[in-house]
Design a protein around this ligand. Structure first.
Ligand code: NDP
Length: 447
């Protein structure tokens, strides 16, 4: 693309969406720069999916070591050392961030390690210099929301959870969504006494009710305490260092409070008003189907648009943007049947309609469930049961949703999502021969 401007594309934010867009646009022949004020990799790599999943693995050893006894293994004197896990996870993050940087270098993308502020439809201030570009892509992600009740500054968010000097004895986690349940599972297994507190009466809104209930039951058996309908009023730091968290339902004492109460788009102070980029009421960049904002030369992808806050979605949006704008390939991101998972203990996953959604929108609904104790849990003497559920449109026999909780549910769901996305019928699942003995075979044996 010929241009008098410095770059064809300037991306602000080197997370999953921004890096994908930069690299693909460069591969299409564009001259690309990317500005990042913190570390290359963004939320997923630096303070989200990746380090979280590694902590989940780390925490799971607590159960594995317990269960091992019934399989004949006696591991005497096993003890857990938080700094070892923390530092190993943080080194892995550094390694991955390096790989992302290398990818950008390999594609000849100029990296500005500075904060960028939009100054007009084609201009950005990067540090002290003014840089111009034909197209600007906003991929600045989102950050944890912290309630503005008095004393909330004494709390942490998932950002800090990866860096704790030491684990607290008692932690209160505010929120009942993805982050609350994932970190509750991790820290509980690592020996922290966890209380999850939510403003409303449910966890993980959006997931199938039966699956959420199962997680709640299992989490309580594991020793996690839940308080519902408990809006937070204030946090008081006591002279002892402990925190008293005042909830509408009464005070709770803890040693640390973590806010997992949603994430807000990073648009503050980004100068978007200087280019006429409109934001929605949550501060997210308003975009059309092609990720174009209300300024024709400025696009946005990923969490900053608050469409679906998931890394694989941001990556697709970044890819589609680069293909449309620099590859001359009309592309539409398909938002239907996006599978998702919560890496709780045990994990849960879902795709398509929940039973409730199907009953509200389809004339006839059939639900098939398998409620079973995985073989390994039986021998281990672990009471946890898995629950698999598929939701079928009674009129067409098409599978419209699948939901599960149990060991490896996200791994199994990734493949089941193919069936749901492809619009397979229940009878086609029945045609498949089981792999025995597995947990996943339950999906082809549902009666
Ligand atoms: P979630 O949206 O999952 O959950 C937010 C929780 O906080 C809900 O329980 C909600 O309550 C409560 N809440 C929301 N706003 C307030 C408020 N103003 N005051 C008090 N409580 C509030 O957000 P998370 O922070 O857990 O995660 C953010 C997003 O990041 C997720 O939505 C997900 O898209 C993504 N993510 C994905 C993961 C994965 O794929 N495994 C892992 C982690 C994050 P209520 O129920 O009443 O609405």
């Amino acid at each position: 693309m010929a241009s008098k401007r410095d770059y064809d594309l300037l991306v602000i934010g080197a997370g999953s969406g921004g890096v994908r867009a930069a690299r693909v646009a460069a591969a299409h022949g564009a001259k690309v720069a990317i500005a990042e004020e913190y570390r290359i990799g963004g939320t997923c790599v630096i303070r989200g999916c990746v380090p979280k999943k590694l902590l989940v693995y780390g925490a799971h050893f607590a159960e594995d070591l317990e269960d091992a006894r019934r399989f004949g293994w006696h591991v005497e004197g096993a003890k857990f050392d938080w700094p070892t896990l923390r530092d190993n996870v943080l080194s892995e993050v550094t390694r991955l961030s390096g790989l992302y940087t290398q990818t950008l270098d390999n594609h000849k993308v100029k990296v500005f390690q500075e904060r960028a502020v939009v100054t007009g439809p084609h201009s950005v201030r990067v540090g002290e210099s003014e840089v111009t570009a034909n197209v600007i892509l906003i991929a600045t992600g989102a950050r944890p929301h912290v309630p503005n009740a008095p004393g909330c500054e004494h709390g942490i968010t998932s950002n800090e959870a990866f860096h704790l000097e030491q684990l607290p004895k008692r932690m209160l986690i505010a929120g009942g969504g993805y982050i609350a349940n994932e970190f509750a599972g991790v820290f509980n297994k690592l020996g922290v006494k966890i209380t999850v507190v939510n403003r409303s009466d449910a966890i993980l809104r959006g997931y199938d009710a039966q699956i959420r209930d199962r997680l709640l039951q299992i989490s309580m058996i594991k020793g996690i305490q839940f308080l519902f309908n408990s809006p937070l009023e204030k946090v008081v730091k006591e002279p002892s260092g402990a925190l008293t968290v005042h909830l509408a339902t009464g005070p709770v004492e803890c040693d640390a409070i973590m806010f997992a109460t949603g994430r807000v788009p990073n648009t503050d102070g980004l100068g978007l008003e200087s280019a006429g980029v409109e934001l929605d009421k949550h501060g997210a960049v308003r975009v059309d189907d092609e990720s174009k904002s209300t300024c024709p030369s400025i696009y946005a992808v990923g969490d900053v648009t608050n469409r679906v806050q998931l890394t694989p979605v941001a990556i697709r949006e970044g890819q589609a943007f680069a293909d449309i704008v620099f590859g001359n390939k009309p592309t539409k991101v398909d938002y239907s049947c996006i599978p998702s998972a919560v890496f709780s203990h045990p994990p849960l996953a879902g795709v398509g309609m929940t039973e409730g959604e199907a009953r509200n929108s389809l004339g006839s609904v059939k639900v098939y469930t398998a409620d079973f104790k995985p073989m390994k849990n039986v021998l281990a003497g672990r009471s946890e049961r898995a629950l698999y559920k598929i939701v079928v449109d009674g009129a067409s026999d098409r599978i419209v949703g699948a939901h599960m909780i149990g060991p490896d549910a996200p791994e199994i769901m990734q493949v089941m999502a193919v069936a749901v996305k492809a619009g397979l019928r229940k009878s086609q699942l029945d045609d498949v021969v089981a792999i025995h003995p597995t947990m996943a075979e339950e999906l082809v044996l549902l009666k």
